[in-house]
Design a protein around this ligand. Structure first.
Ligand SMILES: [Zn+2]
Length: 63
């Protein structure tokens, strides 16, 4: 495997807001809309997930 230097872009693409890499594992911070196809992220609100595409709202259940 080629060694690649990690570059930190000044402005990260929008999609990266939803991913977090921890110990080599990619964690999704946002969830996909169940009504739209996978790949459509929902925006997180204090207690709901909101899909900007189909306006679907899902409650976030707190533990
Ligand atoms: Zn949707």
């Amino acid at each position: 495997m080629a060694k690649k230097k990690q570059r930190k872009p000044k402005r990260s693409p929008k999609i990266y807001q939803f991913y977090e890499i921890k110990e080599g594992k990619i964690t999704r911070k946002a969830q996909f809309c169940p009504k739209c196809s996978a790949g459509v992220f929902m925006a997180k609100r204090p207690d709901t997930w909101y899909c900007g595409k189909c306006h679907y709202v899902e409650r976030i259940e707190k533990k």
